[in-house]
Ligand binder design. Structure first.
Ligand code: VGL
Ligand code: ZN
Length: 201
């Protein structure tokens, strides 16, 4: 068993990011068994859940004339427009049925403010609005994080970079992640994580 100063953070293993989902990531469902097995060796397990209102600003459908994967300017800067996904209370927002979500101590939801997307488990895309996860982990005395989940180049990447910036020791297990990989985003994410001192295992 790993020490109680460590946590496993499972990012967005939800139906909409798995094959058949609204924003399916290739092989997104292939990581579930490995993640379940990893949960057994951690004393702290946190799941994140992308959790958007239907009228969310990151959905292409809410911008006339725009298509998924266009990039627009929101108040906080550039934002990729996505197919509508992980709508609050929908089946697509549920965790993958095979994920052992019963093992989670904490489920943190993100992206619930209409005007701000939130890739990171720590800060929304304005880079200022906190999700509360840092306070939760700190108050449990956790300083070392292992990240897995979806998608490597978006939510896992942003979470890992924020965690490193907040002073956590951070490791990403790539075999338990899958990427969207649009326009070289996986290559860029791996470079950014390495630069920030995140261990890629
Ligand atoms: C994600 C795009 C939009 C992710 C979430 O989980 O990586 N990507 N919302
Ligand atoms: Zn989202």
């Amino acid at each position: 068993m790993r020490p109680d100063t460590e946590a496993l953070i499972v990012i967005d293993v939800q139906n909409d990011f798995c094959p058949g989902g609204a924003l399916a990531v290739d092989g997104g469902d292939e990581i579930v068994n490995e993640i379940n097995a990893m949960m057994g060796s951690f004393q702290a397990v946190v799941l994140t859940q992308d959790w958007h209102p239907e009228n969310h600003a990151s959905f292409a459908a809410n911008h006339a004339g725009r298509q998924p994967f266009d990039v627009i300017e929101l108040a906080y800067g550039p934002q990729v427009l996505w197919p509508s996904h992980c709508v609050q209370g929908s089946a697509g927002a549920d965790f993958h049925a095979g994920l052992d979500s019963d093992r989670a101590d904490m489920i943190i939801r993100k992206g619930f403010r209409r005007q701000i997307d939130s890739y990171s488990a720590f800060f929304e895309n304005d880079r200022k609005t906190a999700t509360g996860l840092d306070g939760y982990l700190r108050s449990r005395g956790i300083d070392t994080l292992t990240l897995v989940g979806l998608a490597t180049d978006f939510c896992v990447n942003y979470s890992a970079l924020d965690a490193a910036k907040l002073g956590y020791s951070v490791r990403v297990i790539e075999s338990a992640c899958r990427a969207i990989d649009m326009d070289g985003s996986l290559f860029a994410a791996r470079a950014a994580m390495k630069e920030a001192g995140v261990a890629l295992d």
